[in-house]
Design a protein around this ligand. Sequence first.
Ligand code: PBG
Length: 331
Amino acid sequence: MSSLSPFLVHRPRRNRTDSWTRRLVAENRLGTDDLIWPLFVQDEMGTSDVASMPGVKRYGPDTLVDAVGEAVELGIPAVAIFPYNRDDSKTADCREAFNPDNLICSAARAIRKHHREIGLIGDVALDPYNSAGHDGIVRDGIILNDETVEVLCKQALAQVEAGCDFVGPSDMMDGRIGAIRTTLDEAGHEYAKIMAYSAKYASAFYGPFRDAVGAAGFLKGDKKSYQMDPANSDEALRMIEGDLEQGADMVMVKPGMPYLDIIQRVKETFRVPTMAYQVSGEFAMIKAASQNGWIDHDNAMMESLMAFKRAGTDGVLTYFAKDVARRLKQG
Ligand code: PBG
């Protein structure tokens, strides 16, 4: 005989028995509107593969517009553009970053010509343009803050003038949000948005991305003098507060899954549009484990994104964006 009372009041499994009850009581929902697709552009025609990110491609001028067209068709609200620059375009002064015909600017113009109904985010940081591989100008082994911010402002302006709706400063220099805001406003771009990579940690999970943009071979040392220490949580709140005061329209926590506690604190504290970046290493882990048959790819992918929603994110930058959108479409 069962030792449970026949009149057990709480049977939490009742609400889990059928798919329709589970749907009815679900506390969070993931939708295509939550997705931002990060994409890599190259100047060579066609596409190239990123070995450490299975399924991710860099798109050339002839393939880019259709690739974005697919995202439009799926209903993805925005794409974030990252450049794969040739080795010989990388310099110590990073001047390619504000060349009005650089890869991000050309891509933005080409996409805009064909697709109006998708948000374009330009990545603002110097690492893909820098012969030193860092996000800032380096002199005598020091990352120079204020000189870097001047270049970032020119870079952001070039991207907006080429058609980017947002700029996404991912560099972690002090004071860059306010400086970029002022630059854009003075040029008459009061409605260009800033999605600030505010709480960006010095993370080992960015490895595959550095391959994707061709920065891995150039970087010496680490980024700990500007990106945050993974030990810190209060500091993330101070970073977010500072960026909001300087004019950020949306803030971001990066990486994503290992930092869900930060996302939750940020959302609860500030109640502002909060983005998260499921970074390249998080993507690569799910890909590698599923390729080995150790986890189920689609279930792990969908669960990882639901976790972001549960933590309080409004939007997630994810290399899975198109796959997730397709799954959601199938229902
Ligand atoms: C640097 C930048 C990085 C990423 C986006 N912008 C890497 C870094 O800080 O070294 C990482 C994104 C990813 O790993 O998917 N400007």
